[in-house]
Design a binder for this molecule. Sequence first.
Ligand code: TRP
Length: 446
Amino acid sequence: MSNDKIWKSNSTFILAAAGSAVGLGNIWKFPYMVGSNGGSAFVLVYLLCILIIGLPIMASEILIGKYGRKSPINSLKKISLDFNLKRHWKYLGVIGAFAGVLILSYYSVFAGIAFSYMFNIFPPGLENPSNYSTEYFSNIAASPLKLIFWHSVFMIITCMIVGYGVIKGIGRSVSLLMPILFLFIVLVAIYSSLIGDINKTMIFLFNPDFSALTPKVIISAMGQAFFSLSIGMGAIMAYGAYIPEKQLIGKTVFLIIILDTFVALIAGIAIFPIVFNNVDLSINAGPSLIFETLPVAFYSLPYGSIFSIIFFILLSIAALSSAISLLEPFTAWMEERLKFKRKIIVFVLGISIWVIGLGSIFSFNLWSEVKIMGFTFLSGLDYLTNNIMLPVGGFFIALLVGWYLPRNLIKKELGTNESYLKSFFFCLKYVSPGSILLIFLYSIFQ
Ligand code: TRP
């Protein structure tokens, strides 16, 4: 493998993986999921899932990618050939590539809304900014044309970066922008805690309330853990293919997970104090939560509109660096398989994803009453990908690495001490696949 296909340094891999992990999932989705799922119970299950399910699966994905040095599907193929396993393992990569495409179709719609908020400046002198804010969002959601416009903008930029090549396209930009985003969210969180109700927020997020622990909360928390860490579909595996040979996986995974979790929790701390302080805002708002809440916080800040613009630019960039990783596995696979130019593949894929995205757009307006088993197109797609496809993918990745690959290989790649390794193996073999299975059964036979 030539050098231009390896990340420049260890920290570039960490930043790229964190760039994939940290995105709308942390700043947009985590807070609204916490809000609609009763707060601390959700947070607790989420954190547990990150640690006992997410960590071992993320390490396994990196390991497979690093071993295969190809697209997820072909890395899976290579690893199963080399260790005399059945060829079926590669279908794990196929399902993952499709999951990525499906997720991107609605991810792009919300990222598009985030884009549009760069240009959303509230007029001065409003009596009731929270009301204005909720109405502003409803107006966007009610307009298929506006949503289609921003969805198109986001898809075009994503496709351009992926078409250009992931390593060239993101290595550099991500290393600069991620730290800035990080700092900014911390600042917003400090400001919100000062002007809003931080005590109520802390109780809501961290004071365990087991009465809220329903099957729906548990399966959503697991789905969110997969979504937020970008695991279960090969995104991290695809990036693992470019990891420097000497980089050890154990420590690397820890860092990525800590970064991702930190950003999600800080986003919660940035948003809930404002919600609790405004009777017109509701924690149950769902996907519109941050779009209704954050502008209100910025409104009360001196030079708030400038902060608001900067914030939504950073959020859009975080969304872009995640979207790239959703498109990469399918693209890399097609590139190896069809031998077409990358740009042509991305063009065709991009158009298909754009079309699927229309279904999610219409779920806000034209099709909002069209429901199958209680799901709109958008909520159905969200459930299918996050709560089913990603955990199923993760389950089999854990099985493959935990049960079928030689322990020595894993030991060498992780590079951690014996006691960490022991607990790692225990989690990978039993705890993570076992909990995924249990959570599935529990949510079916509740
Ligand atoms: N993790 C990203 C976020 O939190 C979204 C994402 C990127 C993703 N790649 C993924 C989700 C792969 C699932 C699988 O915004």
